[in-house]
Design a protein around this ligand. Structure first.
Ligand SMILES: C[S@@+](CC[C@H](N)C(=O)[O-])C[C@H]1O[C@@H](n2cnc3c(N)ncnc32)[C@H](O)[C@@H]1O
Length: 313
């Protein structure tokens, strides 16, 4: 096994016992998980298998199980992380394996969740290649990864960033929380720029949605007070045009967006003009266009209904 994988495994094995406490015990980190889960849930098909790749302690799998989805498989390089998942969910199917070599036949999963895994890998394209192989033809990958282009890291936001950081320290002091810097894992652990991530996914998939989230609340992920957390989370809306701390990505092997439908529709009209022998009712063709438009309105309605936020791609 490559040395970085050994380092990764050793790190995750050490972290496993305290992972949920560090990353999912505060109201803001739970709210971030909820936002991601709302997105995941939109793409889970009842009775179809879901793969949670690099599933760790099972944060996403747990939400799916709670809502009655039974066909979930969590895989991870770290036995200790999966043991923590098993403690919470004895019924969860788990496999210790390398996500670059999945022990499944091709096209086995309708939905693959990849939450905060790729930024641990020196060659994330390899895992994405494996994900593509395991994904069903009309399946969907839902992923999240940390962003390096965070709004507060830009020079033009230096002042806003300064005030926000001071506020963070002020609130942490009230709660007697002392920020600790995380131990480093290995040299490949890093956040992505938007361009890097778009390229990484679009080299192998069609990107259906690409959102940037949590521009403000990311600073306060350790805050304990639920009331203060609600106020902080509301502030994310004020910065929603700016780059956040996390990217949410939805993509598929097959291009199924409304833009593609429209493109195909007009291409087909051209073909028909060139080939008058094709007998097709004009009524049918005239009906297809409003149906595609109605489909788009339906999609937007579902998006608002599921509170999954605004697309900024
Ligand atoms: C930051 S944790 C994310 C855990 C979980 N998905 C979540 O969102 O809470 C990254 C996980 O990826 C796993 N991982 C890293 N490299 C992997 C690989 N090559 N194959 C499978 N899992 C891997 C680690 O063991 C770790 O559990």
């Amino acid at each position: 096994m490559e040395s970085w994988k050994q380092a990764e495994m050793a790190f995750e094995n050490t972290m496993a016992g305290s992972y949920d406490f560090h990353y999912y015990s505060s109201p803001i980190s739970r709210a971030h998980l909820r936002e991601f889960f709302i997105l995941v849930q939109r793409y889970v098909v009842p009775d179809q298998f879901v793969l949670d790749i690099g599933g760790g302690t099972g944060a996403v799998s747990e939400q799916l199980l709670k809502r009655g989805h039974r066909r979930i498989v969590a895989v991870d390089l770290s036995l200790a992380m999966l043991r923590e998942a098993k403690k919470k969910m004895p019924q969860l199917a788990t496999i210790v394996c390398d996500g670059e070599h999945l022990p499944f036949k091709g096209e086995a999963f309708r939905t693959i969740v990849c939450s905060s895994v790729l930024h641990h890998l020196p060659f994330p394209d390899r895992m994405l290649g494996e994900i593509k192989r395991a994904l069903a033809p009309y399946g969907v990958v839902v992923a999240q990864e940390p962003s390096r282009d965070h709004y507060f890291s830009t020079p033009r936001s230096a002042q806003a960033s300064g005030i926000s950081m001071a506020l963070m320290h002020y609130l942490y002091r009230i709660e007697r929380y002392v920020p600790v810097s995380e131990p480093s894992i290995h040299e490949y652990h890093r956040a992505f720029t938007r361009q890097e991530l778009v390229k990484l996914f679009s080299d192998q998939f069609f990107i259906l949605d690409f959102w940037s989230r949590f521009a403000f609340s990311c600073l306060f992920s350790k805050l304990r007070s639920p009331r203060m957390a609600r106020l902080v989370l509301a502030m994310d809306r004020c910065l929603h045009h700016n780059e956040g701390s996390v990217f949410h990505i939805v993509c598929s092997k097959t291009e199924v967006g409304h833009r593609n439908l429209l493109k195909n529709y007009f291409q087909y009209l051209d073909t028909l003009r060139a080939d008058p022998d094709q007998r097709l009712s004009w009524l049918f063709l005239a009906g297809l266009l409003p149906l595609i438009v109605a489909g788009r309105i339906y999609e937007l309605y579902e998006r608002v209904r599921s509170k999954s936020g605004k697309s900024v791609f």
